[in-house]
Design a binder for this molecule. Structure first.
Ligand code: NAD
Length: 291
């Protein structure tokens, strides 16, 4: 392996430590940040995520409020809970775990969250604010990826960045963040032609496809920085969207899976909760946590 390993696990641990320090300072002022997580149904992966979100929230000294609703909960009941959390001054951040059961309108539920408490950054107002360069709540996985990129490269200005995947959760907000940092951004998706050639021109590759080992080693420009967002369960365990063994021979720096972007996501959720708390109390944004 010639590439530098981008250690998201250790970066996230440092970030959580800084968040815990900010939280302790807020508590001295009588303010305890609070994150409410709502889980509808029994999706096994969602249950694991919600459990570790709650655990890490408590570990940083914040209040964690968990709401579990049965899968057949009527949408109106979920909306009523969201309305209640919107009004609760102890709750600074609200996260409704996706995916929601099929009978619910995800967009309607997300857009019912007060934008200032939308720590996932999926509310239409936050999407618009990010796209227009206003202060927004930024989706956690792209935010974590940006932090790793800035830490690795310093300035992203003028770099050719290729985002593979155009989801609302990862690809699109990632592209917006890279644009904000003055990278030249290309978004590739399932209908893109000549992806390998496109990839060979990229100084930065963000893979968010959801297909194991999709990005091959010979697609990578020598020295490029590769951020692998993919999480794919295979017979060999968890693997990313990038063929790590081959790509790490060519790239300048690369995130592993697991231990790369994954741990950054929950750390950024806590960072967003802290930012939301600061804004709700008229305090400046905690340093280094907002792009
Ligand atoms: P998604 O299924 O919503 O989007 C996948 C994207 O890949 C689509 O935009 C599609 O156009 C694109 N795509 C599919 N086939 C393609 C092809 N042949 N060529 C180019 N593009 C293609 O997925 P998502 O929610 O954006 O997640 C992507 C991956 O990231 C998944 O593996 C998911 O598990 C992972 N993920 C990880 C984290 C984390 O915390 N690390 C968070 C969210 C998602």
């Amino acid at each position: 392996m010639t590439a530098t390993l981008i250690d998201g696990k250790s970066f996230a641990a440092g970030l959580r430590q800084r968040i815990a320090e900010h939280t302790a300072a807020m508590k001295e002022r009588g303010i305890t940040p609070g994150l409410a997580v709502v889980l509808v149904g029994e999706d096994p992966a969602s249950q694991v995520y919600v459990r570790s979100k709650g655990k890490q929230t408590r570990e940083t000294g914040m209040n964690s409020f968990e709401h579990r609703l049965p899968a057949d909960t009527p949408e109106a009941e979920l909306l009523a809970l969201v309305g209640q959390l919107n009004e609760d001054p102890a709750v600074n951040g609200i996260l409704v775990q996706l995916p929601l059961p099929g009978h619910m309108d995800e967009a309607a539920v997300i857009n019912a969250i007060r934008p200032e408490k939308d720590v996932d950054g999926f509310h239409i107002l936050n999407v618009g604010r990010l796209a227009t360069g206003q202060k927004a709540m930024v989706p956690c996985t792209p935010l974590g990826s940006l932090m790793l990129l800035r830490d690795q490269l310093g300035s992203l200005s003028g770099k050719n960045a290729l985002v593979i995947g155009r989801s609302n959760i990862v690809g699109k907000p990632m592209a917006q963040l890279l644009l904000r940092d003055s990278a030249t951004v290309t978004i590739a998706h399932s209908r893109t032609c000549d992806l390998p050639d496109l990839c060979r021109t990229a100084d930065i590759v963000i893979a968010a496809v959801g297909r194991a080992h999709f990005v091959k080693g010979d697609w990578i420009k020598p020295g490029a920085t590769v951020i692998d967002v993919g999480i794919n369960r295979t017979d060999d365990g968890l693997v990313g969207d990038v063929d790590f063994a081959a790509a790490s021979q060519v790239a300048g720096a690369i995130t592993p899976v697991p231990g790369g972007v994954g741990p950054m996501t929950i750390a950024c959720l806590l960072a967003n909760t802290l930012t939301a708390t600061a804004r709700a109390n008229g305090l400046p944004d905690p340093e280094g946590l907002t792009p």
